[in-house]
Design a protein. Structure first.
Ligand SMILES: Nc1ncnc2c1ncn2[C@@H]1O[C@H](COP(=O)(O)OP(=O)(O)OP(=O)(O)O)[C@@H](O)[C@H]1O
Ligand SMILES: [Mg+2]
Length: 358
């Protein structure tokens, strides 16, 4: 596919039932994924959940034990990396230390057999896109981490691939540069019109940069959706416990009609459909619980001053509950406090299946 400028569009990637074991350890346990053309798609999950393995399967660096992968409806499950029109940026950049940036960025073109006289122009264009065209004569050792990262990006985009695969590309940058670069990366992806699969364990990064994302937990995909969907309607307690910083409080409670009780505190959930009475898990984000004159009794365990807000760690029976206060104030040690819940934003989960109750 190509548009009026002749530039190729990204491909549509479909994974079905992908399984991959290393020895007796099953790293991927049946991955199904639909990534739309030119979408910016994040693979988010904790360490060891299978993100890199999935990206390597997409790149053709790892052959799955079971399952299939197609790009634009063509089966590429067993196609070698060179036949997939993918460019990958690794966490450690993998630049050639003895080559100049110009040679590093031009290397994939040389490998592809692009005519020699066309290479310098293409290299300069890719380098200019990521603003390192003034550094082309330098070697990687003479660059900052951020500049090396841009060089790795330039080397990936110089070929104008169909799929752009990025494995934690910002993790070696300091916090400030990471924030700046993530904005630029998003802009770059928009202008290139290339399907991008982006691995990160930083959920803020995934939430801000991705059109959609998949949450990986233990070699499975726990949820796929837009960042808003995953944040606002986590499919189960595992996703709820992972997303958000700090994540949602999950507290044992009881449901009767639309009435939730936690200990002897009761409140009504106006939007909940009628469900059978019984035990539930109540989910509430730290910002959706407030202090009040009466409510759920809690004891302050530790207050953290975050500058413009506070994070209170409270004991409620056996549970530790985190509450975000929009202002900063003084508290006494072990102060007795009362909590109320913002009913519009309370989530309810089935304690047996862990699934969200709508
Ligand atoms: N070549 C390998 N040999 C053996 N085990 C492997 C291999 N590659 C990955 N694994 C295991 O498979 C699991 C998934 O690894 P993977 O690299 O996909 O995780 P990840 O989600 O990318 O984690 P991280 O955020 O730490 O990079 C891990 O438990 C890992 O130890
Ligand atoms: Mg990884």
């Amino acid at each position: 596919m190509s548009d009026t400028t002749g530039r190729s569009h990204g491909g549509r990637v479909v994974l079905r039932g992908i399984r991959k074991s290393f020895g007796s350890f099953e790293a991927l346990r049946g991955i199904d994924l639909d990534i739309e053309a030119v979408e910016f798609f994040a693979l988010l999950g904790p360490s060891g959940s299978g993100k890199t393995t999935t990206l390597r399967v997409i790149a053709g660096l790892e052959i799955p034990d079971e399952g299939t992968m197609t790009v634009d409806d063509v089966d590429v499950t067993y196609a070698p990396p060179g036949e997939r029109d993918v460019a990958m940026v690794f966490q450690n950049y993998s630049l050639y230390p003895h080559m100049t940036l110009e040679a590093n960025i031009g290397f994939p073109l040389k490998m592809d057999g692009v005519a020699k006289d066309r290479i310098p122009g293409l290299v300069r264009e890719a380098a200019a896109t990521v603003k390192i065209d003034h550094l082309l004569h330098r070697r990687p050792g003479e660059l900052s981490g951020g500049q090396q990262q841009r060089c790795a990006l330039a080397r990936a985009i110089v070929r104008q691939p169909k799929l752009f695969l990025l494995d934690e590309p910002l993790s070696n940058l300091d916090a400030q540069l990471r924030l700046e670069t993530r904005v630029e990366l998003k802009k770059l992806q928009r202008s290139l019109n290339v399907t991008t699969v982006y691995v990160t364990h930083d959920q803020e990064e995934a939430m801000t940069i991705a059109d959609r994302m998949a949450v990986f937990l233990d070699g499975n995909i726990a949820q796929v959706g837009t960042p808003e969907e995953v944040f606002n309607r986590p499919r189960n307690v595992d996703v709820a416990a992972f997303i958000g910083s700090p994540p949602m409080n999950l507290i044992e409670g009881h449901l009767d009609g639309r009435w939730v009780s936690i200990g002897d505190h009761r409140f009504e959930l106006p939007r909940l459909p009628q469900c059978p009475a019984g035990k539930i898990i109540v989910g509430a984000r730290p910002g959706h619980i407030s202090l009040a004159a009466s409510g759920l009794a809690a004891t302050l365990y530790l207050s953290e001053n975050l500058g413009e807000s506070m994070l209170l760690n409270l004991s409620v029976g056996e549970n530790l509950v985190k509450v975000r206060l929009p202002e900063v104030r003084e508290f006494a040690d072990n102060e007795a406090l009362y909590l109320t819940f913002d009913a519009e934003h309370v989530h309810v989960f089935d304690p047996e299946s862990g699934l969200r109750i709508e």
